[in-house]
Design a protein around this ligand. Structure first.
Ligand SMILES: *Cc1c(COP(=O)(O)O)cnc(C)c1O
Length: 453
């Protein structure tokens, strides 16, 4: 017979009959396995903390989103947003599914080439493109999305110098009813700046205007905003057609669809409140189909959705280091997962589940990370079974932005595993070592010798 698990005693105020905002207390959810792979085993083999990405879930998300859009609009192309998660293995899963690449920096551009994406299927966004990068992108026939007038003038200059005719779009910002407005990227629609950029491009004769782009925000909860954006881009396309006889080939509606994470401060969990991808697809396709394009000039719809396709494919496994009573009497639990690797803990109340059975009692606790930094908090308040040192936990929906925005601070970054479609684990990024960390450091001659002995 298995030894019973020791449960430490707790003192708890009885509120019999009370319900919380989700009804009566539900049974504690335990997640001991990810797609059949044991959390305990994975940690034993690959260390703690440990990022785990499900290839199956990425493909499922992509195929679902693709089907949802393609059943509503005849011409759809997805482009994977590299900054959301640019691990090569992750990008390659998206490219295998048919996604182009959407990049916002020179090194992301090179990563996309390295992942086998043909130049003409790379979209180059962002306010920071150097002259060299613009030349390379133009030579590769990539889609260059112009962000500001200085970039436009630079591109005109190099196109003339190097006899290039780059394919370009402009990024357009606009009032979509969401405030504060995202007006720092691209050219404004309402004040005529976007139109001015269009006319400069066409009159230059040196650039080929093939598309119009916008990316109106991130974790957007209003589908209507996309309807407004699609309508305004369509109006701009019509105006270009009417004035210059030029039919733009595509409208790129960017990304920004929410994942099912729960934003901090929201009353209900994300799973209950965020619109589905179907609702976004309905709004966008209705707006473009209703905008009066000739059948043969219906633009390709490009989507650069990032977060919504990868967030729930990522998990962060960790271990309890200690329990501690705070001076005000609250309980706290220290995990080996810090905000340096879980950057999104600043925005989300992540779902955290124990990886082993923990008895029937629960306790409200603060989940701290291991850093010597006061703001290292994973959850400010969560109800969990009584965890003890050495127990494991799973943090859910961490696939977006964590593996690109993480910081090397105090601890080294952990292994990242990909569970393939047969649940076989593959290390896709090795845990950092002190050597890796110091590889770029140099010690000046006069500091070579320590005077302490
Ligand atoms: C970040 C970004 C995306 C992806 O945004 P999500 O909110 O993750 O969908 C798409 N396009 C551009 C231009 C971006 O900067």
């Amino acid at each position: 017979m298995e030894k019973l698990r020791y449960e430490r005693p707790i003192i708890k105020k009885l509120n019999t009959g009370f319900v919380n905002k989700f009804g009566t207390q539900t049974k504690n959810e335990v997640v001991s396995h990810l797609e059949g792979a044991s959390v305990k085993e994975l940690i034993h083999q690959y260390g703690s903390p440990l990022f785990v990405i499900s290839e199956k879930q990425i493909r499922r998300n992509f195929q679902h989103a693709s089907r949802v859009f393609k059943t509503r609009y005849p011409k759809v192309q997805f482009a994977w947003s590299y900054k959301t998660n640019y691990l090569n293995a992750v990008c390659r899963v998206f490219h295998q599914e048919g996604s182009w690449a959407e990049v916002v920096s020179g090194f992301e551009y090179e990563k996309a080439l390295g992942n086998g994406v043909p130049g003409n299927k790379i979209i180059f966004n962002g306010p920071d493109k150097t002259e060299e990068q613009l030349i390379l992108a133009a030579q590769n026939n990539s889609l260059i999305h112009i962000d500001h007038f200085d970039e436009l003038y630079m591109l005109i200059k190099v196109s003339e110098e190097f006899s290039l005719k780059p394919r370009v779009a402009i990024r357009v910002n606009m009032d979509t009813g969401i405030y504060p407005k995202w007006d720092r990227f691209g050219f404004n629609y309402e004040n005529g700046q976007a139109w001015s950029a269009v006319t400069k491009i066409i009159h230059s004769g040196l650039l080929s205007l093939v598309g119009l782009h916008c990316h109106i925000g991130t974790f957007m909860l209003e589908t209507a905003a996309y309807g407004i954006a699609a309508t305004k881009l369509s109006e701009l396309a019509h105006k270009i057609k009417a004035n210059f006889g030029l039919a733009v080939q595509y409208l790129d509606l960017g990304g920004g669809f929410p994942s099912t994470n729960t934003l901090k401060g929201s009353y209900l969990p994300g799973t209950d409140t965020v619109p589905t991808i179907d609702q976004f697809a309905d709004t966008i396709s209705e707006a473009i189909l209703g905008a009066g394009f000739d059948q043969e000039e219906l633009p390709l719809l490009i989507l650069e959705t990032g977060r919504a396709l990868v967030d729930d494919a990522g998990f962060l496994l960790g271990t309890v280091l200690a329990n501690k009573r705070l001076s005000d009497g609250r309980s706290s639990t220290i995990l080996d997962i810090g905000v340096n690797s879980l950057f999104t803990a600043f925005w989300y109340d992540h779902k955290v589940t124990p990886a082993q059975e923990g008895g029937q009692y629960t306790e409200e606790t603060v989940l701290y990370g291991p850093l010597c930094m006061n703001i290292d908090i994973i959850r400010e308040n969560i109800s969990l079974p009584l965890l003890k040192r050495g127990d494991h936990v799973v943090v859910h929906k961490v696939g977006a932005y964590n593996m690109t925005q993480w910081m090397q601070f105090i601890t080294l970054r952990p292994n990242i595993l990909l569970l393939d479609q047969n649940s076989h684990p593959h290390v896709i990024r090795q845990a950092e070592t002190l050597n890796y960390l110091q590889s770029g450091e140099l010690v000046p001659e006069h500091l070579a010798k320590s005077s302490l002995s």
